[in-house]
Each structure stands twice: as C-alpha cells, then as structure tokens.
Design a protein around this ligand. Sequence first.
Ligand code: ADP
Length: 250
Amino acid sequence: MQKLVSLDGVEKIYPNGTRALGSVALSVGQGEFLSLLGPSGCGKSTLLRILAGLVPPSAGAVSWIGGAPKAGEIGFVFQEPTLLPWANVFDNVRLPLRLAGAPPHEARSRIEEAIELVGLGGFAGAYPRELSGGMRMRVSIARALVTHPRILLLDEPFAALDEITRFKLNDDLLALWESQHWTVVFVTHSVFESVFLSSRVVVMSPRPGSIAAERAVDLPHPRIAGLRTDPAYADRCRQVSDLLAGAMAA
Ligand code: ADP
C-alpha cells in the first residue's frame, strides 16, 4: 500500500506543560481506514490535530507524500457538528469552497453531490435547528467532503449520538468508504466501532500517548450491519480489547 502521510518522532507538550504525546511514529496508507483507539485523554485528538496541521508538534515531523496539503485537501470532522445556525444545509456545506475560492458553478454541483452522498438529498434548504443530531453530523461530514480532500479525519464524530443513530452512521460511512476509496483516520474510544469500521486499528497508551499496539482487521468487505452479531467480529473485538487492556496496564 502506498504511503500518504507519516509521522516521525512526533511529540506534544502544550504551553501549560501538559505532555499529551510521547514519541509517535505512524504511517497512513493511501485508501486505508485507520482508527486511533485509546482511553480518554491519551492524546488521540492531539494526534489528529497535528496530522491536520491545526496544532504544531513540539518535536518530530509530519511528512506528506506528494507535498503538504493545500486548503481543502484535508477534511476534518469534529466531535460536535459545528454548523452555522443561521445558514441552511447548502450554505453550511458550501463554506470550505468559499474559503478555498471555488467558482460558483463548480461549487454548486460539488455541494449537491456531497449532500447526496451523506443521504441528505432534499434537505439542502433545511436549517440546523430543523435537523436531528444524526442529520447534523451528516451535514458536517458533507462539509468535510465537499472539497474532495486527500484524507478525511474524524474526531469521535458519533460519540454524542444514540446507539441506533450511531450504528446507522457507521454503516453509511463505511459504505461510502467502500465505494469512494478515501483515506480515513478515525478517532474513537470504542473497540466495537474501531473494529467494525477499520482496516487497521492503532491502540494508544494512556497519556503521554504513544502507539502501544496495532492490528489489521481482516474482516471482509462489504461489512454490513449483520456483521455486529458475527462470531468473527466478536473475536476481533476481543483481540483488540486485549490489546487495549495491555496498553492500559503497561
Ligand atoms: P483524547 O482525544 O485522547 O481524549 P486529547 O488529545 O484531547 O486526548 O488530550 C490529551 C491531553 O492533553 C489531555 O490531558 C488534555 O487535557 C490535554 N490537552 C488537550 N488540549 C490541550 C490544550 N489546548 N492545552 C493544554 N492541554 C491540552
């Protein structure tokens, strides 16, 4: 698999002295669905933000194959949907294209495509207050996709949703990944979510976070909702759970 980005010796100490990351070395392959799994506060978000260029590392380097990403080449989905309440779905999804200076005729088709992809066709004119939590998160994902990024980074995007909605969004995100061949890095503290979604799970140790273990998830695609009751899935979840327990105990 061709590498897309590597982190080498990446560390983070925040200005208040909190040492969030020890030394992290990690490569993300083109087309991979990689989950960063670890306990709360172990530095997963910090690592994702460093990857996104939102936070500078205190040491080490982030190297992109094919050059550093330009505006719009990284799609980022936060824990909260962070939508503009006064703008409808179309205008919320349009925001990154406006910031990137895309011409309006090209923008319209991309926005419509992104809204369609996340299953919100027909809701372009709706306002955030009219949408459910799951739908707002779909808008947030559409906004991250609209620029056709080289990588999609998601920071516990479904943590605040009820389980039924969360499963549905997992299913839909995975189906999109299977059809669109994106590169995804997904932060979660759920073993079940990480195994269901990922081609590889990277387990982090408690703060200061570092990579404690990793496991390729060899469950075949397409992975559909029924996989959740499959013994092979339970088996992979147990293995990853053991790795996480080992990382916590170390
Ligand atoms: P996770 O995503 O695994 O929950 P974070 O990366 O959010 O972990 O945080 C790792 C550690 O760094 C935590 O102890 C957190 O309180 C601390 N931290 C995060 N952001 C900042 C910041 N801006 N300033 C100081 N400390 C921070």
